[in-house]
Design a protein around this ligand. Structure first.
Ligand code: AMP
Length: 499
């Protein structure tokens, strides 16, 4: 394809978005409930936050860069967002799209009235759709893939809003969990494969939607159920709830990385406690890759539940050999390698007295670029550890995610560039081992992976992408092995820029 992909930055790295969504309808203080919910979803995106509300007549919005607390903790901020319906979004994107115009919920005045949308996920044919829309005269206000949905709804010829939305969604590939507001009420929907999470709750008479169940706990709301893959839930201002399944039934492929890293451990994802899943992965890791060592040390915080599982399974003592400062954000979100390296030091410090002279098994959830692992291993050695073994509670991350989890372009993934032994050398550990993909499935789902129809989206580990990736087709080759749907492998070309 001969156009510039607006979802890529100048370095050819794709626009990274990790997001959380929340919605409340029928709540006297809908914006306050939404702000609280967004607080609990802060781990899904720290760069910007937004809330849009509706008071029965008008829509109101407030969006800002930074954390939820910086934007929505004052009474004044909430007072700007009146009404019994509100939706919010937390967002993290490191590149070109960092401006306020990309902060969600996005809002537009359509012929049918106001339309607000908050999106978690990534649309894998957004650039292609956008190109076609622009050629027809559409004027885009943002570089967000989500805006494509607004234009598709606006130009659909169906008479009702719900049919226009369904019409738009039929044209979209990839992952989406959406919270939409129109004057008639709220519409929450999840893509047919259910790649990104979306759950439904109740607070008194109010109906809530959120990326994760923790967003309900914070306001004392009850977790009802997940929005099913391919389901559209419509709620009106009288509290009537209607469930639609316009896309038929598909085999769900929820993202397994939500269990590995992304969701909070106190959330329920795909019917299972994330904490329990992570502990089970750690136990499985110990079964597959035991280690002769004195202490099991988690890389905080992401490695903690898996390390508990590893320690319990192996009988080795669990100790906090690394102490984390809670005043530094996620290491991963630093844009340059230099900043990322110093971020690791600012965030983690060795518990010297504990690790000195000890053989340590370090546990982390994943190795992406290898920056964190290398620094942590160095830190353990500097603190006097006699041996440093690394165990990873996921298989090697060898493929980029195109569905809304931030992974760098493929060439920057350590596991895409090397096998396990060179990775071990790179991070300078005495040994390195990963849980197997079969073991991950056993731990998370209690099931063997069905290679013909995998039960999760595990593309970051296997390269088996569950949808087409239209925007990437025809892009320059980087020798990636992609496969689509049912595990049917085919050689394809992947690049992070389309030009
Ligand atoms: P790296 O230093 O690039 O290998 O990053 C690995 C660390 O980043 C691990 O400690 C993970 O917990 C964390 N991590 C893995 N995936 C992500 C992600 N998508 N966003 C933010 N952090 C991540």
């Amino acid at each position: 394809m001969n156009f510039t992909n607006p979802f890529c930055d100048a370095d050819g790295d794709k626009l990274r978005e990790e997001c959380g969504v929340f919605g409340a309808i029928g709540a006297a203080d809908a914006s306050a409930v939404t702000a609280l919910g967004l607080h609990a979803l802060q781990h899904r995106g720290q760069e910007a936050a937004g809330i849009c509300s509706f008071d029965g007549t008008e829509f109101f919005q407030r969006r800002g860069n930074g954390h939820v607390a910086e934007n929505f903790s004052s009474q004044d901020a909430i007072a700007e967002l009146p009404g019994t319906m509100a939706a919010g979004h937390v967002r993290y994107s490191t590149t070109g799209g960092a401006g306020l115009r990309n902060v969600q919920p996005l809002y537009a005045d359509l012929a049918s009235g106001g339309f607000s949308v908050a999106h978690n996920g990534n649309i894998s044919n957004a650039a292609t759709l956008r190109q076609a829309l622009v050629e027809k005269g559409a004027i885009f206000q943002s570089t967000s893939d989500t805006e494509v949905i607004i234009h598709l709804v606006a130009t659909s010829r169906y008479p009702t809003m719900i049919d226009r939305l369904i019409d738009a969604l039929r044209m979209i590939e990839g992952a989406y969990s959406l919270v939409v507001m129109t004057p008639e009420g709220m519409i929450a929907c999840r893509d047919p494969l259910g790649i990104r999470p979306l759950v439904m709750g109740r607070l008194g008479d109010a109906t809530l939607f959120a990326s994760e169940s923790v967003a309900f706990d914070i306001s004392g709301a009850e977790f009802l159920r997940q929005v099913e893959p391919g389901e559209i839930v419509r709620v009106d201002h009288d509290g009537n709830v209607e469930s639609l399944r316009p896309f038929g039934t598909h085999r769900a492929r929820p993202c397994i990385f939500e269990h590995v890293y992304f969701s909070r451990p106190d959330s329920i994802f795909d019917g299972r406690s994330v904490y329990a899943a992570r502990k089970a992965i750690g136990a499985q890791l110990a079964i597959e890759n035991p280690c002769d060592a004195d202490l099991v040390v988690p890389v905080p915080d992401s490695g903690v539940p898996a390390a508990i599982g590893y320690a319990q399974q192996s009988g080795l003592p669990f100790e906090l050999g690394i102490i984390r400062s809670h005043y530094v954000g996620r290491t991963f979100i630093q844009p340059s390698d230099g900043a990322r390296n110093s971020g690791v030091k600012r965030k983690h410090n060795a518990n010297r007295g504990l690790v000195e002279g000890k053989r340590i098994v370090l546990i982390d959830d994943s190795i992406v670029r290898g920056t964190t692992s290398l620094k942590i291993v160095e830190m353990m050695r500097e603190a006097g550890a006699s041996e440093v073994h690394f165990r990873v509670a996921s298989p090697p991350t060898a493929h980029s995610c195109y569905y809304g989890v931030d992974t760098p372009e493929r060439s920057k993934l350590l596991a895409a560039r090397m096998d396990v032994e060179p990775m071990r050398e790179f991070i300078q550990a005495d040994s390195l081992a990963f849980v197997s993909i079969a073991g991950l499935y056993r731990a998370v789902g209690g099931i063997p992976r069905n290679d013909d129809a995998p039960q999760f989206c595990d593309a970051c580990f296997t390269g088996d992408y569950p949808t087409r990736l239209t925007d990437l087709q025809g892009a320059q080759a980087d020798d990636a092995q992609l496969s689509f749907g049912n595990g049917t492998a085919r050689k394809n070309t992947v690049a992070s820029t389309v030009s």
